[in-house]
Design a protein around this ligand. Structure first.
Ligand code: C2E
Ligand code: MG
Ligand code: MG
Ligand code: MG
Length: 280
């Protein structure tokens, strides 16, 4: 039952990705209808401080609940949406839906954690994310500190000034900004200096083989030290084992995210998860 359990879903889309008959490009023609028909859904993965046990936030992750293909991973359709320009509509929907959901959570009970939204560099170039965020917060009557933006880099940035200004403008209105998947792709050291984000998220590929793999261990501890020296927060993503968590804590990284703590959860399971955590 893919729809109701956030967790088991990954199995299904990994199989789809490996299937050469899976028609990636046909999906592009279905985007608009899918949005109108509410086929996109958000799941929310907790970020946990393993020192205190507190949930420090959740990250909104989009899925496509396709009528015939099942639950499709954003790893498949986000690149297609970027290519076709649909990312602007989808990105706006993700921000709006996230803010609607935060308001719903707040109306149902205490809810004081930050919700992170992924925004790709392409989106910043193609639309005014800052205005969109500002207007959506206003519409839902939410304070800016309930939102965080994670910037993911997948293409070479020719428009660094646009990104730099957007980050500064988001921070000016009280929204925190993270550099996602740090250490991979084009997310380089020079970004840290130029973009002045609040948080570095260490990519899962460096966490996977911890603590045995010496090279990864060296890179991860260096990034943690670097973050501290630059006065930035650091979050490790993709933590799947107790050993990985212990290694990270030992190096001074207490904020983590990963299947060991929780898979991305459907919206209705988030309050229960928060309650369970704060109750211990
Ligand atoms: P990301 O932002 O780096 O998100 C983390 C991804 O790693 C998620 O995959 C999450 O389910 C997965 N993950 C988390 N913990 C673990 C773990 O312990 N082990 C393993 N194996 N995986 C883990 P997901 O949801 O498939 O998202 C993939 C990527 O798609 C995201 O990577 C993000 O770059 C992009 N994405 C997702 N939602 C959006 C969105 O709304 N807008 C944009 N622009 N991109 C999005
Ligand atoms: Mg992210
Ligand atoms: Mg990431
Ligand atoms: Mg990632």
């Amino acid at each position: 039952n893919v729809k109701s359990t956030g967790g088991n879903a990954s199995l299904i889309y990994d199989e789809k990705m490996a299937d050469p008959a899976f028609e990636y490009f046909a999906l592009q023609g279905e985007f608009r209808k899918a949005l109108i028909q509410n086929q996109f859904i958000l799941h929310y993965q907790p970020k946990v401080n393993i020192e205190t046990g507190e949930v420090i936030g959740v990250e909104a992750l989009v899925r496509w609940n396709h009528p015939t293909k099942g639950l499709i991973s954003p790893a498949i359709f986000i690149p297609l949406a970027e290519e076709s320009g649909f990312i602007m509509e989808l990105g706006a929907w993700v921000i709006e839906e996230t803010c609607r959901q935060i308001r719903a959570w707040k109306e149902a009970g205490p809810f004081n954690i930050r919700v992170a939204v992924n925004v790709s560099v392409r989106q910043f170039i193609q639309q005014d994310v800052v205005i969109l965020v500002k207007e959506t917060l206003k519409k839902e009557g939410l304070p800016p500190n309930c939102l965080e933006i994670e910037i993911t880099e997948s293409v070479f940035v020719k428009h660094e000034n646009i990104i730099q200004d957007a980050i500064a403008n988001l921070q000016d209105i009280g929204i925190r900004v993270s550099i996602d998947d740090f250490g991979t792709g084009y997310a380089s050291l020079s970004y840290l200096k130029q973009f002045r984000a609040n948080t570095i998220k260490i990519d899962r590929s460096f966490i996977r083989s911890l603590p045995e793999m010496k090279d990864d261990a060296a890179i991860v501890s260096a990034v943690i030290t670097l973050a501290r020296k630059l006065n930035m927060d650091v979050v490790a993503e993709g933590v799947e084992t107790k050993e990985q968590a212990e290694f990270l804590l030992g190096k001074g990284c207490s904020d983590v995210q990963g299947f060991y703590y929780s898979k991305p959860l459907p919206a209705e399971e988030v309050p229960k998860f928060l309650e369970k955590k704060s109750g211990k």
